[in-house]
Design a binder for this molecule. Structure first.
Ligand SMILES: [Zn+2]
Length: 71
């Protein structure tokens, strides 16, 4: 009986990858695919801000001069 080698599919390119300890990049087929996937994940996370920055909030209009006193 042949020793079964578990195979997974590279998430980046879809290539069959043997799941074995020698494969440092599993479940990816290569370091390149691993980097691509991690990079995609990082950029995707960056692209979704939790909240929009409020840098454009207008300042409350300050009174140019104090209310005129009536004499
Ligand atoms: Zn791959």
């Amino acid at each position: 009986m042949a020793k079964a080698v578990r195979a997974v599919r590279c998430p980046t390119c879809g290539k069959d990858v043997e799941w074995k300890p020698e494969n440092r990049f599993r479940p990816f087929c290569s370091e390149r695919c691993k980097q691509i996937d991690l990079g995609a994940w990082a950029s995707e996370a960056y692209r979704v801000p939790s909240a929009p920055p409020d840098a454009e909030l207008p300042d409350a209009p300050a009174p140019a001069e104090p209310p005129a006193r009536r004499r």
